[in-house]
Design a binder for this molecule. Structure first.
Ligand code: UT7
Length: 347
């Protein structure tokens, strides 16, 4: 049975740097609060009209494909993870297929928010192991800056998120000591509403935190003026509750991956945690007894880019020579859903 290796990797972050200081123009916040609670110093925002989730994915994908020594027409399948798609439907996978001039291959969008990229890797790995495909483009891309509440009301969410994209080419390999060892996926919908964007949606306030829409007229449920006027088109997060769960589930899913392969934390050469909050990453590092050299963080520069955070961090760690051939790399993520996941691989 073939295994899957990362044959090429690429990332793209928009040019525009947005500092914590700049955010003070829009809301009541401070550089001190943001850095102390999250570790974030700055993030990138895509160009409002010229850049989208898909165009950023195209840039990251071009690099990943070139890195793999391939051309877009060599790609057999696309798995695209995002929570900020260009359109409500169709998904970004087909837009990427079109923009890159690929063959009429399958394109699948994954909606697992922060753990989207690790889920996407797992899905692609199954297609490769089954022998169905040889080269799969796996992408995580987000344009958060287009859908955040930049008033003080939304400050606990809006200061955290940034834009960017990362991509890998997952390729079939028979090389020994190379490629994905295992992936581990989990969910618990009991707290689905504490980190969510309710609208547009078909819930008609069955589950949401907001006002009752029982009186809405036909056609109003999906997205009404009322919803927009009362800021119900923005993400909602109960930050402290998410934090408490994240610091339990991150170490758990990393240990699950290690134990499944008879390994221990000291065997990890590089842990790439989803960049949710520097404090979460530091807590996980401490729990697992990992050194600073074993964990890569870049939330300080990019904020939380959700599905793009793991591939951007993985790419940057590799570019800086911190990941070498044969290294044991662990990817781990936790977020909205809740969903959480890990992947263990030899680079
Ligand atoms: O990637 C997906 C998964 N997401 C996560 O893992 C996020 C997990 N949660 C977190 O990272 C943290 O909970 C946050 C960074 C979101 C918030 O930090 P916190 O230490 O949990 O703060 P808090 O929400 O408990 O708020 C503390 C105070 C509040 O004021 P009062 O009620 O104490 O007067 C907030 O209103 O900080 C206030 N606050 C702010 N102040 C300045 C909230 N946001 C801001 C802000 N600037 N941006």
């Amino acid at each position: 049975m073939p295994k899957s290796k990362i044959a090429g990797i690429g990332k793209y972050v928009p040019e525009r740097v947005v500092t914590n200081e700049e955010l003070k123009q829009y809301m009541d916040t401070s550089d001190e609060w943001i850095q102390e609670r999250t570790g974030i110093q700055e993030r990138r925002y895509a160009h409002r009209t010229n850049e989208t989730t898909t165009t950023m994915a195209v840039e990251a994908s071009k690099i990943a494909i070139q890195n793999a020594g391939l051309t877009p027409t060599d790609i057999d399948f696309i798995v695209f993870a995002t929570l900020s798609p260009d359109y409500y439907f169709p998904g970004c996978g087909v837009l990427l297929q079109r923009e890159m001039g690929m063959r009429e291959i399958g394109a699948l969008d994954i909606r697992n928010q922060c753990s989207g990229f690790v889920y996407a890797i797992s899905v692609a790995d199954q297609f490769i192991k089954s022998g169905m495909y040889k080269n799969i483009l796996v992408v995580g891309s987000e344009k958060h800056s287009f859908g955040l509440d930049f008033s003080t009301r939304g400050r606990n969410v809006s200061v955290i998120f940034g834009d960017g994209a990362g991509a890998v080419v997952l390729q079939a390999t028979d090389e020994p000591n190379r490629g994905i060892l295992s992936t581990h996926l989990h969910s618990d919908g009991a707290s689905a509403e504490i980190l969510a964007m309710y609208n547009p949606g078909t819930h008609a306030n069955k589950w949401g935190h907001y006002a009752n829409f029982a009186d809405a007229t036909i056609g109003e449920m999906f997205m009404s003026h009322d919803m927009i006027d009362s800021a119900q088109n923005f993400p909602y997060m109960d930050g402290p509750a998410v934090f408490k769960k994240a610091v339990v589930k991150f170490p758990e899913v990393i240990m699950e991956a290690l134990q499944a392969n008879g390994l221990k934390p000291s065997d990890i050469n590089m842990l790439i945690p989803h960049q949710a909050n520097l404090r979460i990453s530091q807590f996980v590092q401490h729990q697992l007894g990992l050194s600073d050299q074993q964990v890569y963080n870049n939330i300080q520069k990019y904020g939380n880019t959700t599905a793009a955070s793991v591939p951007i961090a993985l790419c940057e760690a590799w570019e800086q020579g911190k990941i070498k051939e044969g290294d044991l790399v662990c990817l781990a993520a936790f977020g909205s859903g809740f969903t959480w996941a890990s992947a263990l691989l030899h680079w």
